[in-house]
Design a protein around this ligand. Sequence first.
Ligand SMILES: Nc1ncnc2c1ncn2[C@@H]1O[C@H](COP(=O)(O)OP(=O)(O)OP(=O)(O)O)[C@@H](O)[C@H]1O
Length: 462
Amino acid sequence: MLSPTPVADGTEIIVAAAHLPLSVQFEAIELRVLAGPDAGQEISLGLPSVRIGTASDNDLLLTDRAISRRHAEIRMTPDGLLLRDLGSTNGTFINDVRITEAYIPEHAECRLGYTRLSIRQHTEERKVAVPRQDHLGELVGASERMRELYGLIRAVAPTPTTVHLHGESGAGKESVARTLHGLSSRRGPLVVFDASVTDPEMVRNDLFGHIKGAFTGATGSREGAFRQANNGTLFIDEIGELPLDLQPRLLRVLETREVIPIGSDKPLRVDVRVITATHRDLESMVKDGTFRADLFYRLSVVPIELPALREIAEDIPLIAHHLCERLQLNSRISDTAMAALQNYAWPGNVRELRNVLERAAVMCGEREIQPDDLRLPKELAPSKGNAPAATPLAIPPTIPVASTPKPSAAAARAQLKEIERRMIVDALERNQNNKAAVARELGIPLSTLKRRLKEYQIGEED
Ligand SMILES: Nc1ncnc2c1ncn2[C@@H]1O[C@H](COP(=O)(O)OP(=O)(O)OP(=O)(O)O)[C@@H](O)[C@H]1O
């Protein structure tokens, strides 16, 4: 049972709930200057690594003249805080022993130049307040699951922490990423990157960037997703598909907050908040050896599980009305059709609901949508106890047979084509013209998408 505790800003803290962690652990590196010219300075940073030195781009900026411009770096690792000297003139010491790289023991004192530091990892557990609201950012839903999700998003959004989203296809992972970015007050853009692109070289070049001449055919340089997302958020979708040999490179960027473009040896500093997502079980991929454990640890600092649509069936009317409004569909959904929507298993989740509503609206015109207009596959209804594979339904290749009054076949075909064209244009925009991502979002093979692009004369066909 829930026991809500109201707090001042109209939210409530729900003490017992089954689905999401209702507290979030934030890890931070805490630094205190004990002695030296900057004695008394204290800083706590929720970042995977922290730089110390006298140059202005350091996280801990010191004025000690015996300290180098870029003197040392501290990294959070699964085994504790790792202190690394960055080639300083006067060295880095732990308990007066000079080190090049060493874990910092508990209660140890670190020394750089004349400066003595206490460095420790700090874990803060924050309770998540569950708001009484039926939407947040791009998300709609008033169920307990959705409100818990809003609470988590609101708690995590303002922090720089890495977030990992897990949920079925079409369940709203990208929408959560957009909402997190929107509430984060990060000035830079949100860049969406799809790691499921089949060509591993393309993934590598597009993610990390490359310099001119890095490989045969690299006639120009490419910035790469990390640098495009500088000061903003990088959403890496389908992280489970990231080739094994690229995983250490991604880990390195996350740990050092520096990216080295392909073909270059010059690391470039980036300030990027990373959100990853997958429908796959990364933990079992780690066990199978197809996903690196250290990368999994770094990514899942805050794991968020998204409910499948069938798990929040009570939200279907709200989401359906929201989609009709967003897509400017004028058809009203009858009560019986709404009940059918609530009883269906939705393997393609909200994306499938959107497609079904768009199709039904075309078929019905001004008429109220009835259950038959939805053309839901019978074998997936009712949903109770029925957990189908998470394969999104494709846009139907044929014109469904309409019930009366029906538009002429030619008119229906034209309407359907117009909807399909609009869906493709919108999806291209959302996915920065990434065709593989568009094909996946729409649930159609890439070859079909390419044919449609040609047919509708959208963009340049390759
Ligand atoms: N709770 C929600 N409220 C409103 N719209 C939603 C919600 N969840 C998803 N959507 C909509 O459903 C569609 C699919 O969502 P989204 O692209 O975020 O899913 P996804 O989990 O990232 O899918 P994939 O795994 O295939 O990339 C989008 O149009 C999105 O706006």
